[in-house]
Design a binder for this molecule. Sequence first.
Ligand code: BGC
Length: 746
Amino acid sequence: MSSQAIIDRVEALLSQMTIEEKAGQLTQYFYFGGLPDPEPGIEGGFYPSQLRHFVEEQMKSGGVGSVLFVRDAQELNNLQKLTVERHRLGIPLLVGYDVIHGFKTIFPVPLAVAASFEPAVAERGQSVAAKEARSIGIHWTFAPMVDIARDPRWGRIIESAGEDPYLGAAMAAGQVRGFQGSDLSSGDNVLAGPKHFAAYGASLGGRDYDEVNVSDSELHNVYLPPFEAAAKAGAENFMTAYMGVNGIPATANKYLITEVLRKEWGFKGFLVSDANAVINLITHNFAKDRPSASASALNAGLDMEMAMFDSAYSGIPDAVANGEVSIDVINDAVRRVLTAKAKLGLLDNPYVDVARSEQVLNDPAHRVAAREAAEKTFVLLKNEMKALPLDAAKLKSIAVIGPFANNKRDLLGPWCFAFDLQETVSVYEGIKNKVGDSVTVECAQGVAHERRIHASIFDNDPNNHVHDPADFNEEVEFAKAVNLAKNSDVVVMVLGEQQAQIGEQASRSTFVLPGRQLELLKAVAATGSKVILLVQGARPLDLNWASENIPAIMNIWYPGTSGGTAIANTLFGDVSPAGRLPFTWVRSVGQVPMIYSRHISHEPANSDNRYWNEPGSPLYIFGHGLSYTDFAYSDIKIDKTVLTKSDSLSVEVTVTNSGERDSDEVVQLYIHQRYGTAIRPIRELKGFQRVHIKAGESQKVAFSLTPNELRYWNAAAKGWVNDSSHFDLWVGGSSAAALHTEFEVK
Ligand code: BGC
C-alpha cells in the first residue's frame, strides 16, 4: 500500500469510530492462549480461561485493538475471525508477543549475543525469530530490550546488552534491523518495540520494578543512546517502563516521550505501556482515577495501554468528556495504531497459512543459525596451560557433571515459550554426539536444583518447571558424581543458575552458586581429574574459588536450542571461542555497581584499595575473553594528530594471530578525554570489530571516529558538547587495551 493509500484507509476508519471504539483500538489485553488454569489450591495463580472469556466479550463492542500472548497459528486465525466478524468495523487485531531470543528455535539470550560483539549475529538471529513468529500470526515483538544494565543483581540484565552504551546501541540497531527487515508486509517480519523507555536498568538496589533516580548526564550519556539507535534504525514501536524516572512515571513522562523520542529523534511510530503501567499510575500515587491515569499517559504521548482485565483506558470517554484530554490527542494515537496495522498488511488479510507456518517453524536452517550464533557467544574466562580445547583422540572417558549437565529447559534461558525440548541439545548430548562411540561419556546431576523462595509470574507456565524427582537423594547423587569424576579422564562441570533464577522478577542479593554446587565443584576437583567448568548464567556468579583452582572456565550463558552442539564444537576445538564480557565481572555483590568506564577521583593510585577487605578490582574486566590462540597488536596509525570539532579521525591497527589456531578476535577501541568542561570516564568504548584471522596471519583493522563519538551530554551546558581537549586512544582485545596513541581536538 502506498503511503497515501494508508492515510486514506486510516482516515476512513477513524471517521466512523465512536469514542469507545477509539479507546478499544488503543487497548491491548493479555490473552494467554493455550495456557492451562492452575491446579486448584495454587496460591496467587490467575485463571487464563477467565481472561480469555473476558477479552472475547470485549471484542464484541470493538473494545480490543490488540492482544498478546497467543502462540498458535490456528488459535490466532480463530481470534482474528472473531474480531473481524463480531464487530461492525471489522478491524483486525494487532498481535504482540515477547519474541526475545527466538520463537520456536531459541537463540542465545540477548546478553550472550552482546558478548559476540557482532551486531550481525543479533540481526540474523532476530530475523529468524521474526520469520517464525510472523508465520503463526504474530505481528509485533516487545523487543529488543535495550536497557543499560550496570547492576547484575537485576535479573533483567540477561535481556540487555550489558553495561556499555556504545555496545548497547550497536546491538539495539542490529536487532531492530533483524526483526523488521525491509518490508513489514512481506509476511516474514514483525514490528520491533525497543523497551523499557527509559532507564529501567537503574532500579534501586537492582530490585526489579523499584524506583529510578539518575542524573541528566547519566540519562543522556548512558541510558538513552541505545534507544536513540533503535529509533534511528527505524523501530516502529517503543514500550514505556514501569517505574518512575526521577519521580515522574516513565509511562506519563512527557519529556522522555514527546520531547526526546518524538521531537529530538523524530520517532513516528506508536508507543505501548508496559503491562498495567497506565492503571498503575493510580497505584504509584500519581493519578487520581482511570480517566486521569489515561489522560496523563495520552497527554505525555503514549498511545496504547497494555492491560490485564482492568484497563485504565476504559476511562477515556470520561476523560474526553471532562476535558482532561482532547479528542485530537486520541485521534492521533488511534491513527498511529491503525497505520501500523495498515503497514503490516493486516487490514487486507489478517490470516495466516497454518501449513506454511509448520514448514517455517521446522526449517532445519534455523537450528543451524542458532548453533552458529551460540558459537559466537561463549566467553573463555580462563584457560591455564591450554586446558582447552580437548582432544577426543586422547580421551577414553568424559564425565559431564552438575545440575545443568543434561538439562534442556534451563539451557534455553528465560523469556521463551514456544520452544521444543525434543530438538534441544543438552551439553551432555552435544558432547556424546561429538565424540562418537570410542569415548565413554557419562553424566551425573550431583546436586539438587535449589528453588526460588518466591514464585514468579512465569511459574504459571507448566513448561517452565524443572523439578527434581520427589525421590532425589542428594547424598547419593553427590557421591555418584564424585565417583564418576574420579574414574573419568576429564570432567566437564556445568554449574550456574536455573533460567527461573534470572530474568524478570528474578533479582538476587547474592551471586554464590545456588545450592551445593560449589561444594560439588570442590569435591570433584579434589579427585584430581582434569576439570573444565562451564558456567551457565548471565550475571557475575561468584567464581573466586574456581578462578584460583580450576584450569579452564567458560561462560556459556543460556545458549538455546542448539546449545549443546555449539558447546561441544567449542570444547573440542572446531571453533575457537571469542566472545567478550559485556559487563564487569565483580568479585562479590558488595562491589556492585562497578563499571569499567568510571570517572577518576581523589587519590587515583589508591582506587583499587577502596575496600579494606578485598581488592577493589573486578575478577574479570569488561571486554575480557580468551581464545585458543594469541593476538598481538601493532602499528597504530591515525590520519591526523590535530582535528577540528567537525573532523573525523581514521584509525588503523595491525592485528596478528601469533598462535597456532585460526580464530576470531574482537578488536576494541577506547578513548579518554583528558580535560574539558566536564569530567569524562577513564575509558569509553567507541569502536569494535570482530574479525577472523588465520594462524600466523595479520590483518589491518580500520576505524573511523566521528564528532558523534567524541561528543557527550554536559550537565553544565544542559546539552551535547564537543570539548577542545587532548584525547588518548587505545586499541586492543579488552578494556585493558594497551596499544596507545593520542590526538587533539581544537
Ligand atoms: C515486562 C515486559 C513484557 C511484558 C509483556 C512485562 O512484565 O516488563 O518486558 O514485554 O510484561 O509480557
